[in-house]
Design a protein around this ligand. Structure first.
Ligand SMILES: *[C@@H]1O[C@H](CO)[C@@H](O)[C@H](O)[C@H]1NC(C)=O
Ligand SMILES: *[C@@H]1O[C@H](CO)[C@@H](O)[C@H](O)[C@H]1NC(C)=O
Length: 264
């Protein structure tokens, strides 16, 4: 009898140790491609628990209807986005029309990616055991994205966020990024910062006498009305950052049907 109790006690301690370790040390992302065609998700780590704890992948292909569950060692600070229209260029390098990592390969390997694109930012179990996350179109838009927390312990109510509308079709002409590969179609929509950085770009609202803050307010109006939950403008005074704890996250590209027309 005593022996059975001891064994049960040891088993219980083992279980508690394992479950508390997994709560403190790991989260997960389930990345879902609800778009009509393949996308190539990309991740960059800004901070992790240790250099030996890297993500299992920093870039991969995800076919329409597929999902992939990635283990995230925590604390973790980083970003995730989707690349579209990827393939091999004439020299055999892997390249994408949006969100390209510039590595010439499927893995992004520490690249922040090429705007304009939509991305989600996470700080997981980094400050006081809390998670902070948002979706931003400050660097422009390429795909609709939805982030839904799946709370694994506790009663905390955590919000969902995202930019759910496909803005490419509605993008103002001056902000539109065309395919540029001989085919017609808008693949991304720039936000003001990126537009300013483009040399020789027509800048109808870029009069130097107009303040940067005012220019942002003009450009981001379009993004703000379409994606009210996302960050749209670095000067905005509200916060679009949500807080959670002990959660896994479901990150869906093209959450609504009939969006994200990345098909050929
Ligand atoms: C990923 O898989 C693990 C193990 O099956 C599961 O516990 C976790 O909830 C999954 N993550 C998401 C976000 O669904
Ligand atoms: C392929 O990509 C690599 C890495 O960016 C680059 O150094 C190389 O010049 C590229 N090759 C060609 C032929 O463009």
């Amino acid at each position: 009898m005593g022996r059975r109790l001891l064994l049960s006690g040891t088993a219980l301690i083992t279980l508690l140790t394992i479950s508390s370790l997994s709560e403190v040390g790991a989260a997960s992302f389930k990345i879902v491609n609800n778009c009509r065609s393949t996308i190539w998700p990309a991740l960059i780590t800004a901070k992790t628990a240790s250099e030996t704890e890297q993500l299992p992948t920093t870039g991969f292909a995800l076919k329409s209807g597929e999902s992939k569950n990635i283990s995230i060692p925590t604390p973790w600070v980083g970003r995730i986005w989707g690349r579209t229209h990827c393939g091999q260029d004439s020299s055999g390098n892997f390249t994408c029309l949006t969100g390209d990592c510039g590595t010439g390969a499927l893995e992004c390997d520490g690249s922040f990616g090429q705007p304009p694109f939509t991305f989600a930012e996470f700080s997981i179990n980094n400050i006081e055991g809390l998670d902070f996350y948002d979706v931003t179109v400050v660097d422009g838009f390429n795909l609709p994205m939805l982030v839904v927390p799946k709370v694994t312990s506790g009663e905390r109510a955590c919000g969902t966020t995202g930019c759910l509308v496909d803005l490419n079709g509605a993008c103002p002409k001056v902000l539109s990024v065309e395919r540029g590969d001989g085919r017609v179609g808008v693949v991304a929509c720039s936000n003001a910062l990126y537009l300013e950085a483009l040399e020789g770009n027509p800048k109808p609202l870029m009069d130097p006498s107009v303040s940067t803050k005012y220019r942002w307010s003009l450009y981001s109006r379009f993004f703000r009305s379409a994606c009210p939950r996302a960050y749209t403008d670095p000067y905005e005074d509200r916060t679009a950052t949500l807080t959670c704890a002990s959660a896994d996250y479901i990150i869906t590209f093209c959450p609504s049907p009939n969006t994200g027309k990345t098909t050929e």
